[in-house]
Design a protein around this ligand. Sequence first.
Ligand SMILES: O=C(O)c1ccccc1N[C@@H]1O[C@H](COP(=O)(O)O)[C@@H](O)[C@H]1O
Length: 240
Amino acid sequence: MAKLELLPAVDVRDGQAVRLVHGESGTETSYGSPLEAALAWQSSGAEWLHLVDLDAAFGTGDNRALVAEVTRAMDIKVELSGGIRDDASLAAALATGCTRVNLGTAALETPEWVAKVIAEHGDKIAVGLDVRGTTLRGRGWTRDGGDLYETLERLDREGCARYVVTDIAKDGTLQGPNLELLKNVCAATDRPVVASGGVSSLDDLRAIADLVPLGVEGSIVGKALYAKAFTLEEALEAVL
Ligand SMILES: O=C(O)c1ccccc1N[C@@H]1O[C@H](COP(=O)(O)O)[C@@H](O)[C@H]1O
């Protein structure tokens, strides 16, 4: 059976690696240099880095040069997101050499553009389905953007390669992942799903790994690593 991929997260706000609670601006806890954090996850054995430009996602500026520097410094695969919403921001993101990008707001607000870039770039494009209940949220998770399952059906039709599914109610809370949501999304699509939000323990990761046969391919891990609930080495061992 395929093993669950783990994607330690580095979210960047105002030049710092931060974690938010429920993705709300103003709830930041700072963890210092994004490059140092990313290099630490790489040295601990990560095969992926989930790198987010939060200022670009919130529309409060950007950390584009810094996320490009971090991406270029990595020998591992990088999933890059935050503020990738048009040809220029997509070209800049892909030029960093990242393995794939994760689109959020654009999938809700400019579906024609997203269909076009999916057709052009295939599995270099993932779509982030960031939900409260079953309502998608965009623009830094501050605005409603439609129904999860209707959007999923449309993106499936357009050939979207994979989805990164975040339960906003869980994100940054260390309350455990929303396994029901993950199962429901896997039942609604045949595309791989990357889980995001709420991981607090090795048991949470094992529970997500149990969903690999249903279509879960990976899990983002953020707060739990920064809060030292477990080490990345322990996490990688737990999902072998
Ligand atoms: O990751 C977060 O904590 C987060 C919080 C608030 C907004 C966005 C967040 N992350 C990721 O940003 C992209 C969406 O950016 P955009 O809408 O395309 O500009 C997506 O990957 C979110 O999961």
